[in-house]
Design a protein. Sequence first.
Length: 475
Amino acid sequence: MAARRPSKTPLVTPTSFADLGVPGRLVAALEQAGISTPFPIQAATLPDSLAGRDVLGRGRTGSGKTYAFALPVLARLSAAASPRLPGRPRSLILAPTRELATQIEATIAPLATALSLRTLTIFGGVSARPQVSALRAGVDILIACPGRLADHVSTGHAILDAVELTVLDEADHMADLGFLPVVRRLLDTTPPRSQRLLFSATLDAGVDVLVRRYLSNPVTHSVDSAMSPVAAMTHHVLRVRHDDRLPVLIDLTAAPGRTLVFTRTKRGAKQLTSQLVASGVPAVELHGNLAQNARTRNLAAFSAGDARTLVATDIAARGIHVDDVALVIHADPPAEHKAYLHRSGRTARAGASGTVVTLMTDDQVTDVRDLTRQAGINPTITRLGPGDSLLTELAPGERRFVTPPVATTASHHGRGHSATRRPNPGTATGGSTASATRGRGSESRRASAAETTSATRGAAAFSSGTRVGSRRGQR
């Protein structure tokens, strides 16, 4: 029976991984990957998790939680002599979404390879046969979404009685998605005395039930208040006319650097992506209506820089990690303040700075005011229109446009048909973008067309889960 959950522990000053007890082989592998200094959540939790204690780690998004639980898993399995058994993973990491599971595996895999450990990722939306074959071959670290793993357990292809350490990542998001009954069934099949680590941004009622039922005398470490805003993040609310939303979005997303734009609906994400592409802004979409290969391809294109803008629903608000996202735009304000903080947390990650912009029309003033108050944000509110000088302050740099493709295939949408897109700068982009598109010579058009072709080719070739940019975005 789980004991009373201990109170918050004080902030721990980061030291070296070796000083925290990380084994030498793992320290060497980290250094080879350019990682030498732990983040606060890692410095706080590693001494207890490496000692075999159950740990509840709480920290805001972007605080470095992935390495905080990955290192104890790797250290424990590399030190033990237990053999791989068919269908019986030695450790289990549960994640709420396919994208997060893929990115966890991308973080762990290089270190696991250095320690001769085998990883496997399991989620729905793809064929189960390769997963079954990999399970039969034996796996050390299984990273899985609850639904598909439950399917494999029910058919006997996965048996969890040999799990030595279980991790629940983004446990509060799993609760939001309704996964807790499945998670409980899975945890009930793991050894009751095995080590368990739970990481979450908040401790809502559902998460607290998991803590009390499955963690034994856990140590709680919290490096931030549960939903605290990030000091390095600047927040702006732009009050715009409804007809000015698209020209303002085009202006902001045409600036250099990566931009993540959030919409409230899947249809809105699809439509806005089409409008940006038609206006000369390389953009891809990410939402639940896309097939898994399209989601992987589009996220990879954004990670690689082939598409500078990702338009997403809240599927990307949790767990999607791409280094150096300079600007997050709430094209549609979210429904509640937790979603605002999680969306905004895609920028200013792990000590970096970032800008968050919310577009607000006149009929949204009351809702946005309540939203920012509940989130603890005091944004700068400005009424503006297309061409305002503040837009270049929020997204500095020369606006760049490419020649829109005359027709694109399902590469952006995951569908089996073609969608024709024709540039209409007079209606789609507003005055500043239209003038930027007009007046280009044939040479510029040829160069832009080459850039578009390169972006499309790169998006198709780039492999999933690859992280780019500096280490400051470490999860």
